[in-house]
Design a binder for this molecule. Structure first.
Ligand code: FMN
Length: 167
């Protein structure tokens, strides 16, 4: 595929942003042209041939920018190959088994006819935004549960699908 792949995300505390950067780096290494951008900064999907959209999970829903992006660009997304990812669990569960999308994310997947969805582990540590987030970190229940090997493997399957058979 010659067109640019957009990797975009909704992230409050930065961990989903880093996952998106990692996905973008793998896609570029696989020979694709990639643009990694926060969802709130993307106004037009015309320059993009495919989209990877990710959101941090807050109370069982994607972070707001990811939700808005999916709503605003629903039609353009439905016309392109789209992959979705969620990032959330603050335990090793996402590395151990497949965690299905939450209800709202599944509805987005259905609406845009997404080619795939995966849930990655999350991260919450250090300086975080929000009272509950600070409480989680203070109580020792935070940490970094992202599995970058798992993220690389998934991104490579996206690249392979975009490049098509025999490449
Ligand atoms: C208030 C709050 C609610 C959360 N709700 C969920 C949730 O419903 N499901 C989940 O898997 N993780 C949940 N998490 C963990 C976050 O999804 C995780 O920290 C994620 O990596 C945050 O992404 P971000 O750094 O890109 O904002 C929650 C964290 C906070 C602070």
């Amino acid at each position: 595929m010659d067109e640019t792949v957009l990797v975009t995300y909704g992230s409050t505390n930065g961990s989903t942003a880093e996952i998106a950067e990692h996905v973008g780096a793998v896609l570029s290494k696989e020979g694709l042209t990639v643009d990694v951008r926060p969802a709130a900064q993307v106004t037009d999907l015309a320059p993009y041939g495919a989209v990877v959209l990710g959101g941090g999970l807050y109370g069982g829903r994607w972070q707001r920018d990811a939700r808005r992006f999916a709503r605003r660009h629903g039609r353009a997304l439905a016309e392109r190959p789209v992959w979705l990812f969620s990032s959330g669990p603050l335990d090793p569960s996402a590395s151990e088994r497949e965690i299905p999308p939450t209800g709202g994310v599944q509805r987005v997947a259905n609406r845009v006819d997404a080619r795939g969805h995966i849930t990655f582990g999350g991260r919450l540590e250090g300086e975080v935004k929000g009272r509950i987030a600070r409480m989680i970190v203070k109580s020792g229940k935070g940490g970094d549960f992202r599995d970058f090997e798992q993220i690389s493997t998934w991104a490579a399957t996206v690249a392979q699908d975009l490049r098509g058979p025999g490449t």
